[in-house]
Structure formats: C-alpha cells, structure tokens
Design a protein around this ligand. Structure first.
Ligand code: NAP
Length: 246
C-alpha cells in the first residue's frame, strides 16, 4: 500500500473526484479527513473509506471561510497530530460568456477555486514545514492550460492554480514539501450534470480516447503523486485528459 501511515486531507470530498480520491487513498492505507462544504455530504465517502479498512473522519469545511477552515485543521491536528497530504480538490463552475458574466459569478469561482486553495495551503503548510515533509496536490484543469469558451472565471482560477504550484514548489521544496497540480480533461462527475447531452457528445468526439474520464482515473494519479513513488516530482502539471487538446 502506497500511503500507509499518511494523514490525507481532501477538500470537496463529498462526491466526484474528491470522493474517488478519498476512497483510493483509503485503499492505499491512508487515514482520511474528508472535507466538504456540508458535513452530511461526506457520509457516503466515509462509509466507503471505512469499508476499505481506513480510519476516516468527515469535517464541514468551506474553503472560502479562512477562520472556519483553520479550525477544521486544528481539529485534525488534535485528533491525528499532522496533515501529511493536502488535496486541494474543491471547485465550482459558474459559466457564462465574458459579455454576460456577472461579478457574482466571477467572484464565486475565484473565491472557491483559487483563494480557497490559498486558504487551505496556508492552514496546513506551517505544520508541514515544522515536520520537514508534506505533499500538496492542486486541482487545475485542461482549460487552465488552453482556455475555454464561456469560462473566463474558471479558466483564470485554474491557470492561477498552475501559478501557485510553480511558485510553491520553489518556496516549499527546500523545506521537504512537494507541490504538484493535476489537470483533468472532461471527467464524468456531477460537475458535468448541467452540460447538455449534445455538448457531452461533442466533448467525447474531441477526446482521442473517445470517452469521458472517470473520477477514479484522476484519483489514481493523485495517489501516485501523494506517494513516495513520486519523490522527485515537484512543480509538475500533469494532464489526465485522454489526450484532449482544447
Ligand atoms: P463536483 O462533483 O462538483 O464536486 C466538488 C465538491 O466540492 C462537491 O462535493 C462540492 O460540495 C464541494 N465544494 C464546493 N464548494 C466548496 C467549498 N467552498 N468548500 C468545500 N467544498 C466545496 O466536482 P468534480 O467534477 O469532482 O471536480 C473536482 C475538482 O476537479 C474541481 O476543482 C474541478 O474544478 C476539477 N476538475 C473537474 C473536471 C471535470 O470534468 N469534472 C475537469 C477538470 C478539473 P457540494 O456538493 O456541497 O456543493
């Protein structure tokens, strides 16, 4: 098992890629702290992780709420003593073309997808520095690399996450902390529920593998990057896209 004796904090773990990542980490021996904006959202995740034999707790933690997130991390430290791995997975979309996008849509997406990652990293990094080790994994997206129609806010956040990753790998690498980003393509999760069938079919055609990705296929990469097998991978942005170029 790749992640034995590691304590992993995963944000947005109530469903989709976050839930799949929690379960994969549980199967690899990690202790799981599954955070979501609502605590009840993570109940299924916790049940699955415990069924896989892992110790797992759920916490209500909104990544946009700095004091609240700090308190959640204090709870983890009191219970487990440390956070070895932070997966900054929580994210939302509020799509509209530039000409139609409201300030509220822009701010909401930047707040969760960009500032939320800053908040969570600041809450766990001091402990990681103290121990001289840790792993931070950030959810970017293929659209952060290439841009995407109707996603000014989301693309800005996901490109910013790449900037965080390249900056933090320089600041934190000398302190024993690795920081990497994952850039998924189109992954079949509730985030895509609002996308019309015709658009999903067009997405499929764009992907050389001719299908959407599954959350588990992203979780597998997170598990590898979190493990000591990835001990020399730092500051990387790794695509999980089936070969998609937008
Ligand atoms: P998802 O199914 O929508 O799940 C996201 C989870 O994050 C939900 O459980 C949601 O909680 C939670 N969340 C939302 N706002 C939060 C906040 N402020 N604090 C804490 N948790 C919050 O999304 P997904 O498709 O699994 O995506 C996971 C990550 O991968 C995101 O960062 C996304 O941008 C990125 N990504 C996804 C795709 C894709 O095609 N699916 C592609 C590229 C990148 P509620 O359910 O309570 O709202």
């Amino acid at each position: 098992m790749k992640l034995q004796h590691k304590v992993a904090l995963i944000t947005g773990a109530g469903r989709g890629i976050g839930a799949a990542t929690a379960l994969k980490f549980a199967r690899e021996g990690a202790t799981i702290v599954a955070c979501d904006i609502h605590e009840d959202a993570v109940q299924d995740t916790l049940r699955d992780c415990r069924a896989a034999g892992a110790a797992a707790i759920g916490l209500a933690a909104d990544v946009t709420d700095r004091p609240g997130f700090g308190q959640a991390v204090d709870t983890i430290l009191a219970q487990f003593g440390r956070v070895d791995i932070l997966v900054n997975n929580a994210g939302i979309t509020r799509d509209a073309r530039l000409v139609n996008m409201t300030e509220a849509q822009f701010d909401a997406v930047i707040d969760v997808n960009l500032k939320g990652i800053f908040n969570a990293a600041q809450a766990v990094v001091p402990g990681m520095i103290e121990r001289g080790r840790g792993v931070i994994l950030n959810a970017s997206s293929v659209v952060g690399l290439y841009g995407n129609f109707g996603q000014t806010n989301y693309v800005a956040a996901k490109a910013g996450v790449i900037g965080f990753t390249r900056t933090w790998c320089r600041e934190l690498g000398p302190k024993g902390i690795r920081v990497n980003a994952v850039a998924p393509g189109f992954i079949q999760t509730p985030m895509l529920d609002s996308v019309p069938e015709t658009v999903l079919a067009r997405m499929n055609e764009q992907v050389p593998l001719r299908r959407l990705g599954q959350p588990e296929e992203v979780a597998n990469l997170y598990a590898f990057l979190a493990s000591d097998e990835a001990s020399y991978i730092n500051g990387a942005v790794i695509e999980v896209t089936g070969g998609l170029r937008l």
